[in-house]
Design a protein around this ligand. Structure first.
Ligand code: EPZ
Length: 428
């Protein structure tokens, strides 16, 4: 085990967890990161004030705020999840690589800039290491709407004198391309039809937000979205939806520790496939209108799951359910169909004593009776959630580095988990 001094010498901060406590109690989940980020970007579409509520206090949100500021927008955190954005003074259509390179969702500003100013020059985005993250379908959508797009020297440069509504059929379902196409089409002349569009709750939230600004979008929540362009979008006050991925993460963490947790101010309807998988794994889950409760059960049963676009099993909950299955009574099979390198965290679970083997897109998990604490590292946001859950269940002490990923998506993670009885501390 690395000593605290050695860790402090090399790494700025880490989490120290002493596993074995059963998580117990009630927690309120924050607003959804993946809804907040595009809604912030969509605020570019109006020169009036936008007030957003339930914005999570996470580093991805701070990065998006800095990206908007780099363009000339005014962004203020008002406390308690409130944020105001005013984009009346935007004077630049090219955010810097230093910010855009930090997260994939930075590319969300491209569509709104193109729609409002007829031009966007945005570096290719960076972010979590989940496999290749091309933006070819975003670019194709901008072209179909009438933009000239040049991809050179690491930038996507889109320009248009006028944009015209059109039919866009995505060759595969993409959350990012659906968002960018929708945020462009709301302000073009004529009608745009998006076919094979993503149906994730965060896409629905973005569409509802845009309509609140005065957009005309129908087919929301289906795979065919119809957008009638309007000339002007207005300021609005809007509350972001609850984070379904964090809700699932806390429930799976409760299950792997043999605990009982209720997540409140959340929407169970967003989590149908996850809840159904958890029930198949022998977990007792009770859903109310705005809460989900996981009751203590004696054992975790092995299951087979396969990630797919909404309403299928979410890829973002694949790592944490895999972590839970490491101590199931039997062999589970988890298949990842969205990202080609999403199983990188498996090596970290092995350090804790889990037995997993990965071949191509499939992970076979042979349940072991117990996990044991170890030094481990998060390589992406959701891997971070999975590793934390596993360390909470593991006997003895674990240290987790890679907090720059964990902090991108988990609001006040150590205080949330401490409140549920976990022995977790941030060092450094
Ligand atoms: C969003 O990523 C989420 N990010 C991801 O959550 C989530 O895992 C993913 O959707 C799937 O649900 C945000 O909302 C900020 P995609 P996105 O476009 O938009 C390929 C998290 O931890 N593709 O649906 O990047 C792509 O490579 C993150 O919160 C192309 O080929 O996902 C992937 O294999 C991680 N060309 C697949 O489509 C394109 O032009 C789905 O990607 C675009 C995507």
């Amino acid at each position: 085990m690395l000593t605290e001094n050695l860790l402090l010498g090399v790494i700025l901060s880490y989490l120290k967890i002493v596993g074995g406590s059963h998580l117990r109690g009630e927690i309120e989940v924050s607003g959804a990161k993946n809804a907040a980020l595009p809604v912030m970007a969509a605020s570019i579409l109006t020169d009036e004030d936008v007030l957003l509520r339930r914005i999570p206090d996470i580093s991805d949100v701070w990065i998006m705020a800095d990206i908007l500021r780099s363009l000339g927008a005014k962004v203020a955190f008002e406390g308690k999840g409130d944020m105001t954005i005013n984009c009346s003074d935007i004077s630049c259509v090219s955010p810097p690589y230093e910010l855009v390179g930090k997260m994939n969702a930075s590319f969300d500003v491209t569509g709104p800039l193109l729609a409002r100013f007829g031009e966007a020059k945005v570096p290719l985005p960076g972010g979590c290491n989940l496999g290749s993250r091309p933006v070819d379908m975003h670019v194709e959508a901008f072209r179909i709407l009438g933009a000239e797009v040049v991809c050179q020297h690491g930038f996507v440069h889109a320009k248009a004198k006028t944009l015209q509504g059109n039919k866009i059929r995505f060759r595969r379902i993409s959350v990012g391309a659906t968002k960018n196409a929708m945020m462009t089409a709301v302000k073009v002349d004529g009608i745009t039809v998006l076919e094979n569009a993503a149906m994730e709750p965060e896409i629905v939230d973005l569409a509802v937000f845009l309509n609140a600004m005065g957009a005309r979008i129908t087919g929301i929540g289906s795979n065919t979205i119809v957008i009638e362009g309007v000339k002007k979008l207005s300021g609005v006050s809007y509350e972001i939806i609850p984070d379904r991925i964090l809700t699932g993460t806390y429930l799976a963490a409760a299950a792997v520790t043999g605990g009982s947790v209720t997540v409140i101010r959340t929407w169970p309807d967003f989590l149908e496939s996850f809840i159904s998988a958890m029930r198949s794994a022998g977990q007792k889950i009770i859903c109310g209108k705005d809460y989900v409760k996981l009751e203590k059960t004696e054992k975790i049963l092995p299951i087979e799951i396969s990630s797919s676009p909404h309403p299928g099993f979410p890829t973002d909950l694949q790592p944490v359910i895999t972590a839970m299955l490491t101590i199931a009574e039997g062999t589970s099979v988890v298949t990842e169909n969205i990202f080609d390198r999403r199983f990188m965290y498996v090596d970290e679970l092995r350090r804790l004593g889990a037995s997993l083997s990965v071949s191509d897109r499939t992970c076979i998990i042979r349940g072991v009776p117990k996990l044991f604490g170890a030094p481990v590292k998060a390589h992406d946001i959701r891997a971070g959630g999975a590793i934390i859950a596993a360390c909470l269940a593991a006997e003895g002490e674990s240290t987790i580095t890679g907090l720059e990923f964990i902090d991108r998506g988990h609001e006040k993670i150590e205080s949330v988990l401490s409140d549920l009885g976990a022995n977790i501390r941030r060092i450094g």
